[in-house]
Design a protein around this ligand. Structure first.
Ligand SMILES: [Zn+2]
Length: 202
């Protein structure tokens, strides 16, 4: 169990002073295990944000390891293959397309409210799965290659925040809604997803 010492209090002071976090919340983040499935700009942003928040154990693709400062001694990076045996408190699935995200998400058996996804300009928390979410909302579609990393970064920051909220049980979650961000038109939409496939209702 990682305990707060003077150095950690200094490092995480901006979080610890928040009433919703506090010392106990920070220790809960140290003890948390999170998997980030997938590679690319969004996955790297999620990993970087979670590491900065002091999540103690993160299972990642090899490509995402480089975003974490090797001196960040509070964060253990593990291979994704260890996530199932370790048992995760939350998981984030990142994929290029909604179909790929739905497929990757199907292999996880999470608790509702602890499985998140980012794909194709949308982001959400399961349930709904990406297919159900996108079938009920008009979100962003194709985006220019210059803007794509920006879109991924914004959605990743939102989802990483949702992970921290879920771990600390604070705020109102994104659950049940799908977030769409289109940098080309500067539009953000968080719409309620009403469709439910068998997996989302079961
Ligand atoms: Zn579904």
């Amino acid at each position: 169990m990682v305990r707060l010492d003077d150095e950690r209090i200094e490092r995480y002071s901006r979080q610890i002073i928040l009433q919703e976090v506090g010392a106990r919340g920070q220790e809960r983040l140290f003890a948390a295990r999170v998997a980030v499935v997938g590679a690319g700009a969004a996955a790297e942003r999620v990993v970087a944000y979670l590491a900065a928040a002091g999540i103690g154990w993160i299972a990642v693709e090899p490509a995402s390891r480089a975003v974490v400062d090797p001196d960040q001694r509070d964060v253990a990076l593990a291979p994704l293959g260890d996530a199932a045996s370790a048992g995760c408190d939350a998981a984030v699935v990142v994929a290029a397309t909604v179909a790929a995200a739905a497929e990757a998400l199907a292999s996880w058996q999470p608790r509702a409210g602890s499985l998140f996804w980012i794909a194709g300009g949308w982001a959400g928390a399961w349930p709904p799965c990406p297919r159900c979410a996108v079938s009920t909302t008009a979100g962003s579609d194709e985006v220019g290659s210059l803007l794509a990393p920006l879109r991924e970064g914004v959605l990743a920051t939102v989802i990483a925040t949702e992970v921290v909220k879920a771990l600390l049980a604070i705020g109102a979650p994104l659950a049940g809604r799908v977030l769409a961000y289109d940098p080309a038109t500067a539009t953000v939409a968080a719409e309620t997803a009403t469709a439910r496939c068998a997996r989302c209702t079961g």
